[in-house]
Design a protein around this ligand. Structure first.
Ligand code: PEP
Ligand code: MN
Length: 338
């Protein structure tokens, strides 16, 4: 439930409510908005009757949150969450594009990609050092060597780094190099991993599982938030449907729906959703038109040589063209591109 404090409530009155809630075992999450303070209290609703919260000074009302996700819900926080990372704001007016190869393959490949991303107006470099591959015989990533190359690319270009963490054991290592951690689609419900990234103070891109419902996805975000990390960026990357012409089915409906249900920023990954480079740019534009706060897109200096996901990777030229197109669409939507 949430306890909405009056806009006139004093710090002492807020404190008294917190103390009373904690005494009976509620887990507390405080949201100090511009207008008023909201206290999220997670615990047994039946206790409520015994503690007369509503009659405490400074309390305006007590509202149950009916959705199973609480901290991720709009009921708990009405204003959009803006995730701040480096100098960037994700979830604000500006649409940020995260781009780069599927996997970090070599210094030369990554540096080239990083310069191309920067020159075309991208702000965040993507690249997997740990790769979740369907086949154990496919390239699995350069691991820590790949993370070091990402850090080197950040050093040279000023781009921030987003990269996937697949395992609880490597969370500290990945967090040491990355600016944003990515939880891949296959790990959306790896609850131990979610709890682990909840403990670090870096934003998390949480991809939607191929078979994840919107509610399951928001519950996964709830794991991260209830563990103390509120900087969650949701990423729609296509779900599995009967359609098999494309790799997955890009569920753009999820963008306005999730933004209605939740205050968290939502980005879209058209590359993994579609699996074919030709359709990436149109759907990237559609994502921005649907209200997405950003994009994550695969671009490779030479897609035909890519060790992973070449067919869905944009060439540098196509990436540039996509960025120009996005700028127009962002303008129509009243958003900016950096
Ligand atoms: C990726 O971003 O490289 C990736 C593996 O994506 P997903 O988890 O969405 O399949
Ligand atoms: Mn990929």
């Amino acid at each position: 439930m949430i306890v909405v404090m009056s806009h006139r409530a004093s710090d002492g009155e807020i404190e008294a409510v917190l103390v009373r809630l904690e005494r009976v075992g509620f887990q507390i999450h405080l949201s100090r908005g511009v207008e008023r303070t909201i206290i999220g209290a997670i615990g047994d609703r039946n206790i409520l009757g015994d503690i007369s919260l509503e009659s405490m000074p400074g309390v305006e009302k007590v509202v149950p949150i009916l959705q199973p996700y609480k901290l991720a819900s709009r009921t708990f926080q009405e204003e959009n969450t803006v995730v701040r990372v480096g100098d960037l704001e994700i979830g604000g007016d500006t649409i940020h594009v995260m781009a780069g190869p599927c996997a970090v393959e070599s210094r030369e490949q990554l540096m080239q990609a990083a310069r191309l991303v920067r020159d075309a107006g991208g702000t965040i470099l993507r690249g997997g050092a740990f790769k979740p591959r369907t086949s154990p015989y496919s390239f699995q990533g350069l691991e820590e060597e790949g993370l070091k190359l990402l850090a080197e690319a950040r050093e040279e270009t000023g781009l921030l780094i987003v990269t996937e963490v697949m395992d609880v054991r490597t969370v500290p290592m990945v967090a040491q190099y990355a600016d944003i951690l990515q939880i891949g689609a296959r790990n959306m419900q790896n609850f131990f991993l979610l709890r682990e990234v909840a403990k670090i103070d870096k934003p998390v891109v949480l991809k939607r599982a191929p078979s994840g419902t919107i509610e399951e996805w928001l519950m996964a975000a709830e794991y991260i938030m209830s563990g103390g990390n509120y900087n969650v960026i949701l990423c729609e990357r296509g779900i599995r449907s009967f359609e098999n012409y494309t790799r997955n089915t890009l569920d753009l409906t999820a963008v306005p729906v999730v933004k209605h249900l939740s205050h968290l920023p939502v980005i879209v990954d058209p590359s993994h959703a579609i699996g074919m480079w030709r359709f990436v740019s149109p759907m990237a534009g559609a994502a921005v038109a649907a209200g997405a706060d950003g994009l994550i897109v695969e671009m490779h200096p030479n897609p035909s040589e890519a060790l992973c996901d070449g067919p869905q990777s944009l060439t540098p030229e196509n990436f540039k063209a996509m960025m120009a197109n996005l700028k127009n669409i962002a303008g129509v939507m009243g958003r900016k591109m950096p």
